[in-house]
Design a binder for this molecule. Structure first.
Ligand code: ADP
Ligand code: MG
Length: 386
């Protein structure tokens, strides 16, 4: 594990690598989705929060048409790319994220200058905490400032989505960028994916005597394989047969009719999305009325729905969730797109150690790679640090 930099040492590192001081330093957080999984592309509701793990970029404008990129993670060295003629599919490794942002800004007609960028991130890679979006959101926040483009948060969300969909080639929605760009400390981001309407909902575990544990199973998830695409296709088919623009337009009272019209698999995919949307709405109500101690059962129900109806869990995620629950967590679910990645467990502070120990032991006994377990708190969205 590499030692991460603070703002001061990141600036010094930038000077050491690129020879001059950066114009500024920007950061954007990763995110955890509290509830609302696979509802985004069905134009439904999600409830993620920005976390206290961030991608930071030190950036300096150049006066030529060159982009130079370096990450403190790994040892790939400096990547140099020309500003003109960026094409989807041509960038490799992590540089496709910042270059995708440049490309998407150019598609909007924004004149991006050459620049040097040094990335340092504390968001774990590939754990389903959106380390990739954190890079994109930090980059766009920096370039929005440096170009004076004046994009709103909503416009930056759509621009990074364009980068992700059309340059990186991942068919993702707007949840991750919305959490990273629009999150706030002590709040979850209640997002309507149909119209990008956001309401910040108070969500703080610690005053309620709770901690939010993330259990990274280390099972690599991938958007590129068929699981994600086939779930999307089933949702579209369900909406088509039910005669609605998107599954968002069905509520739970329509499920009997859906069952009579759809084959078993498609019906269960539809039932997950419809009930998950409902769980998001009820979680928001409970957070507002009673606080986080009241949402455990909704987290549990979300996991069961993903495991049995949407079929996107895996043995490691199920073991993490079941073990956390039977050792004191008040609610637990896999989070993120599925097929690996992380689970969350809302846990009384006094039970944290017990849950951690039990999960590690259960993984050891099952012969699984040992998980990483850490706490997250709802943190601020993207910002300029200096
Ligand atoms: P997730 O976004 O859930 O973490 P992804 O597979 O979408 O998983 O993104 C992980 C990718 O993001 C990595 O393969 C790497 O290319 C890039 N990445 C994330 N953090 C860093 C970093 N600090 N330095 C370089 N690349 C990074
Ligand atoms: Mg990602």
């Amino acid at each position: 594990m590499v030692e991460n930099f603070n703002d001061e040492s990141l600036v010094r590192e930038f000077e050491a690598v690129f020879g001059t001081a950066p114009d500024g330093l920007w950061q954007a957080p990763g995110r955890v989705n509290l509830i609302g999984e696979h509802t985004d592309y069905n134009e439904g509701f999600v409830l993620p929060f920005a976390i206290d793990k961030v991608a930071r970029v030190a950036v300096r404008r150049r006066d030529d048409n060159v982009i130079r990129l370096l990450s403190t993670y790994g040892d790939q060295g400096v990547t140099q790319a020309p500003l003109d003629g960026l094409e989807p599919g041509e960038a490799h490794g992590w540089t496709k994220y910042p270059l995708g942002v440049v490309w998407a800004l150019q598609q909007r007609g924004i004149n991006v200058p050459g620049f040097d960028l040094l990335l340092d991130s504390t968001v774990p890679l590939g754990a389903g905490l959106s380390s990739s979006h954190a890079i994109e959101c930090a980059t766009i926040t920096a370039l929005n400032d440096l170009t004076g483009a004046g994009l709103t948060a909503e416009e930056m969300v759509l621009t990074t989505q364009r980068a992700e969909n059309d340059f990186v080639g991942a068919p993702t929605g707007i949840m991750d960028q919305s959490a990273s760009l629009r999150g706030a400390e002590g709040h979850a981001v209640f997002l309507d994916c149909r119209d990008q309407h956001v309401e910040l909902v108070p969500f703080e575990a610690s005053p309620a005597g709770l901690v939010m544990l993330v259990i990274d199973t280390k099972v690599a998830h991938s958007h590129a394989d068929g699981g994600y695409a086939s779930r999307r296709a089933a949702c579209e088919e369900g909406a088509r047969v039910m005669g609605v623009p998107a599954l968002r337009d069905l509520d739970v009272s329509a499920l009997d009719e859906a069952q009579s019209k759809l084959d078993d698999v498609t019906f269960r995919r539809v039932r997950h999305v419809v009930t998950e949307n409902d769980r998001v709405l009820r979680t928001v109500e409970k957070l507002r009325a009673e606080g986080p101690t009241a949402i455990g059962a909704l987290l549990d129900a979300s996991h069961v729905s993903m495991r049995d109806d949407f079929e996107i869990s895996c043995p490691e995620l199920d073991l993490a969730v079941d073990t956390a629950r039977s050792n004191g967590a008040i609610g637990s679910r896999m989070t993120g797109g599925g097929f690996g990645g992380a689970a969350i467990a809302l846990t009384p502070a006094g039970e944290e150690e017990k849950v951690r120990t039990a999960v590690v032991q259960a993984f050891a006994e099952a012969g699984f790679t040992l998980p990483d377990i850490f706490t997250v708190t709802p943190a601020a969205g993207a910002q300029r640090n200096r």
